[in-house]
Ligand binder design. Structure first.
Ligand code: FPP
Length: 273
């Protein structure tokens, strides 16, 4: 299905009649794997393994809940500071995921992207990422972005270096930060495990994101938890700096209409540009 968020297809004055697409961009800081495992007397790695099951559940549930883009924080650039064995275990899980999930992602219309640095990943992983991205490129039900060796500050720094002295719009700069044109700003960031901080996640993209913190540990997180977070989000009044609730999210804070985000139904969302 063609997304009306594509301004190449729909000029911004045009309303796309009766177009139903999933539009929300949700980011998740998947926290609590280690504590979840340690409370059971297990290794932290077992918590990360259980975290992978939670990823499968959430990816499966997301499109039916109105999510078009899902960004998951799997490994921050600061996570290299963890013990070698834990880092190796996490990289092993990433390799496993890339080797084993692509068929299921394709079947479910999921397009996979991995964001973050690739040059420090263990041998072979960058190639697996490129292959998985190419194989799932046409997925239209959900854009799944997994952040690995990712730092929001570094993404902004790199964009600034590329921009040089050019005078850019917010939209142009966003393209440099995110690496892709037209990526929707984050609507909602969920963090599990009771911690309440952003930890260098999607700093540019989350300028007007709503934040949802839950005590649930990531390995226990499921479709009902996702629905509860979205229900809380639906209850928020999003004003984007104005005085009343806006029916549309402005593009990067500019007074242009991008996509309906206030009156969303969980199942589908009508988009008008
Ligand atoms: C934070 O919990 C979680 C991580 C740093 C890793 C997240 C990884 C997964 C969910 C599975 C791996 C998936 C892929 C695709 C590689 P924590 O371990 O810091 O939890 P704690 O705060 O309880 O110690």
């Amino acid at each position: 299905m063609q997304s009306c968020l594509d301004t190449q297809v729909c000029p911004d004055t045009q309303v796309c009649p009766d177009t139903e697409v999933n539009v929300l961009h949700v980011g998740i800081i998947m926290d609590g794997n280690g504590r979840w495992a340690q409370r059971r007397g297990w290794t932290r790695l077992r918590g990360h393994e259980a975290g992978l099951d939670a990823i499968r559940r959430v990816v499966e549930a997301a499109p039916a809940q109105g999510i078009g883009t899902l960004t998951l924080y799997a490994f921050s650039s600061d996570n290299w500071r963890r013990p070698e064995a834990e880092v190796a275990g996490l990289m092993g899980l990433l390799r496993f995921y890339l080797n084993n999930e692509v068929r299921s992602l394709k079947r479910n219309g999921v397009r996979l992207s991995v964001i973050g640095r690739r040059d420090r990943l263990p041998d072979g992983i960058a190639v697996l990422i490129a292959n998985a991205e190419a194989a799932t490129r046409s997925g239209a039900a959900l854009h799944l972005r997994i952040a690995v060796d990712y730092s929001g500050r570094d993404a902004i720094l790199n964009a600034a270096a590329q921009a040089g002295t050019a005078a850019l719009t917010r939209e142009d700069f966003a393209r440099l930060v995110t690496g892709e044109p037209g990526l929707r700003d984050v609507d909602l960031i969920i963090r599990t495990s009771g911690e309440k901080r952003l930890s260098d996640f999607l700093l540019w993209e989350s300028a007007y994101a709503e934040l949802h913190f839950t005590e649930r540990m990531w390995p226990d997180f499921d479709a009902r938890d996702l629905a509860a977070a979205l229900a809380a989000f639906q209850g928020r009044e999003r004003r984007f700096g104005g005085l009343g609730a806006l029916p549309f999210a402005p593009v990067h804070g500019e007074p242009r209409l991008q996509a309906a985000s206030a009156a969303l139904t969980p199942a589908t969302v009508r988009v008008a540009i």
